[in-house]
Design a protein around this ligand. Structure first.
Ligand code: ADP
Ligand code: MG
Ligand code: MG
Length: 252
């Protein structure tokens, strides 16, 4: 079954065309990766799928689980099973990490944080005191990313998008994050029994050293210039840069 189906999508921000002719389908259990240089439109696609109102879909459609979600609000999309890890999430004064985790795992606010979340917090190297800090306020780069992943583990969405989970994070944190990203994408199950899907957005593909992907897409100047085998596409980008993608063997 196709989980996400994007057809002939064109997107404008503030009247300026950013994305054109985007076609992208992700089946149940699949992980795709979106590569591309800075300014290509990767985050624009991410925020459009999430349904941020500034991103005007001027052509095409986005379907999720067979339903056209192009006109739905972000909250409605999250309700349907879409989860996200932002590249630079906002800080939230007055809301602790613990509070947010309770909300995301549908707990009462006056209960103790459930044992599963306490265990996951430990795995992600968060102390009990850390959980009482305001979300993202004064967090280091690695702490921000680990807190994003912890919140996703509370939700366990059917489809998760990660915007540059490997940017501004040291190697130790990337390995830790990758293992939990694997959990969110059912990597601990054999390929055929995977149900959860995801889209990993990455500038240079560093995260692919730690998380496997089924298919890669290259976004350049707002269009998908190439789609295919992640290993071959990465090799091509490393040899020829992103420009080489336009006429690489994958798409000829
Ligand atoms: P990437 O994530 O691949 O680096 P972005 O999606 O952030 O690329 O940006 C793609 C293009 O869209 C850039 O030229 C950027 O300046 C433009 N853009 C993105 N968001 C906005 C916005 N809110 N207003 C105006 N232009 C924007
Ligand atoms: Mg971006
Ligand atoms: Mg090509």
């Amino acid at each position: 079954m196709m989980l996400l189906e994007i057809e002939n999508l064109a997107v404008e921000v503030g009247g300026k065309r950013i994305l054109n002719d985007i076609n992208l389908s992700i089946a149940e259990g699949e992980t795709h990766v979106l590569l591309g240089p800075n300014g290509a439109g990767k985050s624009t696609l991410f925020l459009t799928i999430l349904g941020f109102p500034q991103y005007d879909v001027v052509k095409g459609s986005i379907k999720f689980k067979g339903q056209d979600i192009t006109g739905l609000t972000t909250a409605e999309r999250v309700q349907l099973g879409i989860g996200v890890s932002f590249q630079s999430p906002p800080s939230i004064r007055g809301v602790s990490v613990r509070d947010l985790l309770k909300i995301e795992s549908h707990q009462d606010m006056d209960e103790d944080l459930n044992p599963r979340m306490q265990e996951l917090a430990k795995q992600l190297k968060f102390s009990d005191e850390f959980l009482d800090r305001d979300v993202n306020f004064g967090f280091s780069g690695g702490e921000v990313k680990r807190s994003e992943i912890l919140q996703l583990l509370a939700q366990m969405p059917d489809f998760t998008m990660f915007d540059e989970p490997d940017s501004g994070v040291d190697i130790e944190n990337v390995e830790l994050l990758a293992s939990e990203i694997g959990t969110l994408l059912d990597k601990d199950k054999p390929p055929r029994s995977r149900k959860r899907s995801g889209l990993l957005i990455t500038h240079l593909g560093y995260i692919l050293n730690f998380v496997s992907a089924d298919k890669a897409h290259v976004l350049m100047n707002g269009v998908i210039s190439c789609s295919g085998n992640p290993t071959e596409i990465l090799e091509d980008i490393r040899k020829n840069g992103f420009n080489g993608c336009v006429e690489c063997a994958q798409c000829l």
